[in-house]
Ligand binder design. Structure first.
Ligand SMILES: Nc1ncnc2c1ncn2[C@@H]1O[C@H](COP(=O)(O)OP(=O)(O)OP(=O)(O)O)[C@@H](O)[C@H]1O
Length: 777
């Protein structure tokens, strides 16, 4: 660390004290204001109904009542919004009070005086609102801090570039209002501060990197020129971190038109969702919408089919004992993930335009209201030039109209008489009131009774028809499954050999028969459904982020793009961590006018020693550059007998625990392996098993299958039985697992059975140890 010049520190501390006292004053002022508003909100809520005119007598009165309620609700909403704003502001000010800024740049704009710019997580001005005590890190001028070292520098504003000279660049660590350290930096954003940050223990929650954003990451964060931004970044290069900072940046830059609700992040698993959930609040912003693609698909496919999750799909491919099943699934996955299959679906849809649509019969209590043939006939009676979704809509409207007639008929049936006796008092009362309301004039007792009975019969039929009405409204009368199956009764696509196609057809249909759908079919099925009933494109989303983009198949990627046709997209991924069988070339694709591509090659997560080792696993790993932080070389532990493996893992975990690491992971290849070793370990130490549904992880020891460790990191990683990663398909999984380690990496292996990847690694990059201690079975 650069030496702390004590008078500089004193000067800076003086300024900090002043700024903090101003922040304190502002907080007090806002609090007073907020009490007023909160009082207002409370009062408004209390007297809401007193202040509106409620009168339902005449149509005019109803309108007046409606307007009055609306006005009152708007007033309340506005006050609540300003109350929410104030709350947010107070939150940010309290953060600033603790640590007002992290950086300072002295910038001399050409022809102007040098100005000291202090940079923090939000802007803060003096009382007169004339000068900035703190600049938001997202302000245009702040980019100099991330992009330049001392010397000529410039930043962009809408009117053009502002040029000048960067005279000083200083970094602070301020805690609780006190300068802990201060250093003036040279070339990049203080390697020293970064070194300090990266040397810390891993947390179970991702941290914001705002104070140490690197120049190349800043490009990702501030990029706003093209519709699609693609980031190919090696493991640990800060893709996810930069993506979250980018969300914060976009929310700031477009604050008038963009809110957190307009941003969607697709993440790899539920654990990841919670892992990243604190970054934006730390920056004073709200979290964007977050979902896994599976969640989206399950919703879209609908209740009728159970969707296989991608992890179960992967498990089959990884299970050495199910090689035959795996080889068939691989073919199925490859084809159904391709754009060729999407084309095939398109052809099928085209055919449905003139014939072949299959419906379900709509019946009630054994009585057919609409046969499937009738529905098909009616469908094809509509104008053939109209799109399929439009005709579906017309068909639905027609059915709904016809249903009114059926309902009327049904009211006369005997079963309704029987159910009349079972009605409760409230129904009678309701019918009575409705009759009263309906007839202003006094009517005779008999007429009154007749009217009530009519209403009660309507109640009964409506109640029993509720299911059918919903079925119709949701277009469930379209037999998607039968039609989807139809694709597999057709001629072989040219991409596949005959035997492969036949097996795919038989097995896919068999699986669908059991009301289950494989993961590779889920996207095509959802797409197929969309093409028949109309796209559910989401216009509210303006920015879509896809993390681990390499794990999306070409079909999925194309589908997502169609779902969000008006959104900008940020795709982040690493071709070396593509753990699924379907290939996706999106990250490698040629540039075109809508795409901006950024490549990150420096890895920040792991020590230099770990990166030197892991880069040799990755295909094209030469481009990976380690960050200059040192630790021990990875250790490969050879074990005589595989039965000793759980005990050896336990020993190693205990040694790591003594080193006071906060998060230690034992990464296994499959769920089965994780469960087995977990059962052993839990008898000896406190340990947690992470499964696909796990939504958060805690400090301590976790046993986790490699594919669930995606995107997250641990202080120390032990790779359990590394000998079993042995096919080219498993290279990425093995690489992903090893790159989760920040400070220490240990790989257990059967003696003399180094896997095919380790065999290719320079032995200088690791230490080989033989576990000699015999452990009882
Ligand atoms: N500029 C930075 N300043 C401080 N820490 C950083 C910076 N960039 C990355 N890191 C740290 O490096 C680690 C890896 O970052 P992150 O998870 O964002 O990388 P990634 O590229 O998404 O990784 P992977 O693809 O391997 O999951 C995190 O601990 C993150 O805090």
């Amino acid at each position: 660390m650069t030496e702390n010049k004590s008078d500089e520190v004193l000067q800076e501390q003086k300024r900090i004290n002043h700024v903090i006292s101003e922040i304190g004053e502002k907080i007090n002022k806002i609090k007073k204001n907020s009490q007023l508003i909160s009082g207002d909100v409370g009062q408004l809520r209390k007297t809401f109904w007193e202040d509106v005119t409620v009168n339902f007598d005449e149509a005019d009165d109803v309108l007046e009542t409606f307007t009055s309620i609306k006005q009152q609700a708007e007033l309340l909403g506005e006050r609540e919004r300003s109350y929410g704003q104030i709350h947010k502001q107070l939150n940010t000010l309290n953060k600033l009070k603790y640590s007002p800024y992290f950086g300072r740049i002295d910038f001399k704009e050409n022809g102007e005086e040098t100005e000291a710019i202090y940079i923090g997580i939000a802007s803060f001005m003096d009382k007169e609102e004339q000068n900035f005590y703190i600049y938001d890190w997202r302000a245009p001028i702040s980019s100099i801090y991330y992009d330049y070292s001392k010397g000529p520098a410039k930043y962009e504003i809408p009117e053009g570039a502002v040029e000048g000279e960067l005279v000083l660049k200083r970094q602070f660590i301020i805690r609780n209002g006190k300068v802990i350290s201060l250093f003036d930096t040279g070339v990049t954003i203080g390697d020293e501060l970064l070194l300090e940050v990266l040397g810390n223990q891993a947390s179970t929650m991702m941290k914001s990197i705002v104070a140490t954003i690197q120049k190349e990451q800043n490009k990702i964060i501030r990029n706003d020129s093209k519709k699609i931004l693609v980031v190919q970044g090696v493991a640990g290069s800060g893709k996810t971190s930069a993506a979250l900072q980018r969300v914060a940046y976009l929310l700031y830059r477009h604050r008038k038109t963009l809110t957190a609700d307009n941003i969607m992040l697709f993440s790899p698993n539920p654990l990841f969702n919670s892992y990243v959930s604190t970054v934006l609040p730390e920056l004073g912003e709200e979290n964007m919408q977050q979902s896994t693609f599976l969640e989206y698909l399950v919703n879209r496919v609908g209740k009728g089919l159970e969707v296989e999750d991608p992890f179960s799909q992967l498990e089959i491919l990884l299970d050495a004992e199910q090689q035959e099943k795996a080889s068939f699934r691989l073919k199925s996955i490859e084809y159904k993930s391709s754009l060729a299959f999407k084309e095939k679906i398109e052809e099928e849809i085209h055919r449905f335009s003139t014939n072949g649509i299959i419906f379900k019969t709509i019946a009630f209590g054994g009585k057919v209201f609409f046969s499937k043939e009738e529905l098909a006939r009616k469908f094809y009676e509509f104008d053939a030039t109209s799109s399929i979704p439009n005709r579906m809509e017309l068909l639905k409207e027609w059915i709904q109209k016809e249903m009114k007639k059926h309902a009327k008929q049904e009211r006369k049936q005997v079963w309704v008489d029987e159910e009349m006796d079972l009605l409760d008092k409230e129904d009678y009362l309701k019918a009575y009131k409705l009759t009263q309301k309906k007839s202003n004039k006094k009517i005779g007792e008999f007429a009154q009774y007749e009217e009530e009975e009519k209403i009660l019969r309507r109640f009964i039929v409506n109640r029993r028809f509720k299911g059918i009405y919903k079925f119709i409204k949701n277009l469930e009368f379209i037999n998607y499954i039968a039609m989807y199956k139809g694709i597999f009764m057709e001629e072989r696509p040219k991409e596949l050999p005959i035997d492969a196609w036949e097996t795919i057809c038989v097995k896919t249909m068999e699986h669908l028969k059991h009301k289950k759908i494989w993961n590779e079919d889920a996207t095509p099925f959802a797409y197929f459904k969309d093409r028949l009933e109309g796209k559910k494109s989401n216009t509210g989303i303006k920015q879509v982020f896809i993390d681990e983009a390499q794990d999306y198949s070409p079909f999925q990627m194309a589908y997502i793009k169609e779902l969000y046709p008006y959104s900008r997209m940020t795709l982040l991924g690493d071709v070396n961590q593509a753990i699924y069988a379907h290939a996706n070339n999106e990250l490698k694709e040629e540039d075109h006018k809508e795409i901006e591509r950024i490549v990150l090659t420096k890895s920040y997560r792991s020590t230099q020693e770990i990166v030197e080792f892991t880069k040799e696993i990755a295909a094209n790993g030469d481009i990976i550059e380690p960050f200059n932080r040192h630790g021990e070389k990875p250790v490969i532990v050879e074990v005589e007998d595989l039965n000793l493996l759980p005990g050896v893992a336990l020993n190693r975990i205990c040694t790591l625990k003594k080193k006071k690491y906060q998060t230690i992971a034992l990464i296994c290849k499959t769920k089965k392996e994780s469960e087995q070793v977990y059962q052993y370990l839990k008898k000896h130490i406190e340990v947690r098993l992470i499964e696909k549904g796990t939504i958060s992880y805690e400090k301590g020891i976790s046993v986790i299958p490699a594919y669930l460790a995606k995107g997250i990191e641990f202080d120390a990683v032990i790779l359990y039985n590394s000998s079993i990663y042995n096919t080219e398909l498993e290279r990425e999984l093995f690489y992903t697992a090893c790159t989760r380690a920040m400070h220490e990496l240990i790989l257990l292996t059967k003696k003399n059975q180094l896997n095919m990847f380790i065999k290719g690694i320079n032995p200088q990059t690791y230490m080989l140890q033989i576990e000699e201690v015999k452990i009882e079975k």
